[in-house]
Design a protein around this ligand. Structure first.
Ligand code: ATP
Ligand code: ATP
Ligand code: MG
Ligand code: MG
Ligand code: MG
Ligand code: MG
Length: 279
């Protein structure tokens, strides 16, 4: 394409490739969600509608980008793991960060009314995004352990804090003071002895955060082109299907994104999903 005398300004745009062969973690976080959650009346300590909306936006992102193999979310943040071999947008950093952040944000807004039917958005929310590169599976395991430990620490604090305020009649300033310097065991004790709350019996969603993975859909349950589930799943496809259908026989199994609320610090989660940390 012919250039103009102005075209040279393009040369100021520098390439920003991410190192090949490394794991990418993309994390986004709500901008000023302390305020956003106040203005939109989030229930404290955990507004379940808001958490489900975050999960849904993350699912939308994962469904559009097959290089994402895992996602973990808590509060106003989500982390996404992209496989080592990902070549998405030629691994251009700002292209990936801006596109994923923007898709998540627009999905959050797009689906807002489904989760908050009685509370119109008062202003457009935004998220920041970043990518961190990690050389090996060890750091990836530790990264996700770090985030889930953070979920636990924050949730224990917030649960105790809001019990002191909502049931204990303390002001927020008093509740902060009550909790100052307390260790985890003491918070469990306050919850149990003063408010009869067994922390470990709370919803796993708030204690463990949300983990999104791809799970294989069993062949039998995939509907055919007429929307019907095949009635004879054991029949070899070749013997019944016309050649036009045989041509489209999938080589990769179909998957769907599922939301779990489970431990991702121990080995079990990873041992049963070796594909997450493979190339
Ligand atoms: P920054 O812009 O620096 O991220 P922030 O105000 O978003 O500032 P965070 O540390 O990200 O601060 O914390 C997010 C805050 O949003 C939480 O402390 C909490 O007050 C609120 N929040 C997020 N999700 C929920 C939820 N599901 N229920 C209740 N409150 C929530
Ligand atoms: P990329 O993701 O690489 O940016 P793209 O499809 O967005 O790919 P662009 O070079 O950004 O490609 O071009 C945007 C295209 O969107 C235009 O070529 C045009 O086809 C379409 N488009 C954008 N705005 C308008 C508009 N106001 N009216 C009609 N078409 C538009
Ligand atoms: Mg932040
Ligand atoms: Mg935030
Ligand atoms: Mg946050
Ligand atoms: Mg464009």
């Amino acid at each position: 394409m012919a250039g103009s005398k102005y075209t040279y300004v393009r040369n100021f745009e520098l390439p920003d490739p991410l190192l090949p062969g490394t794991f990418m973690v993309f994390r986004l976080d709500g901008h000023s969600f302390h305020r956003f959650s106040d203005e939109h009346g989030f229930t404290k300590p955990n507004d379940i509608r808001a958490l489900e909306l975050m999960d849904h936006a993350a699912k939308d992102v994962m469904e559009q980008y097959s290089d994402i193999v895992l996602a973990f979310g808590e509060s106003d943040e989500f982390s996404f793991l992209l496989r080592k071999s990902a070549t998405l947008y030629n691994r251009r950093q700002s292209k990936i960060v801006s596109t994923l952040t923007s898709l998540f944000t627009s999905s959050y807004v797009f689906r807002w009314a489904t989760y908050f039917p009685d509370c119109p958005l008062k202003y457009p929310p935004s998220f920041d995004g970043r990518i961190i590169l990690y050389p090996s599976a060890r750091e990836i395991r530790d990264y996700f352990s770090w985030r889930q430990t953070d979920t636990h620490i924050n949730n224990l604090y917030n649960t105790t804090f809001w019990a002191l305020v909502q049931q204990g009649g303390e002001s927020t300033t008093q509740a902060h003071a009550t909790l100052k310097g307390t260790v985890s065991k003491e918070k469990h004790e306050i919850l149990f002895s003063r408010f009869q709350v067994n922390y470990n019996a709370l919803d796993a969603r708030v204690r463990k955060g949300s983990t999104l993975v791809r799970e294989e859909i069993p062949e039998q349950s995939i509907p055919n082109d007429n929307g019907e589930t095949p009635t004879r799943p054991d029949e070899p496809l070749e013997s019944v299907a016309p050649s036009s259908i045989r041509m489209r026989k999938r080589t990769k199994p179909r998957t769907k994104v599922v939301v779990l609320h489970c431990d991702i610090i121990k080995d079990d989660f990873w041992d049963s999903r070796l594909e997450i940390l493979s190339d």
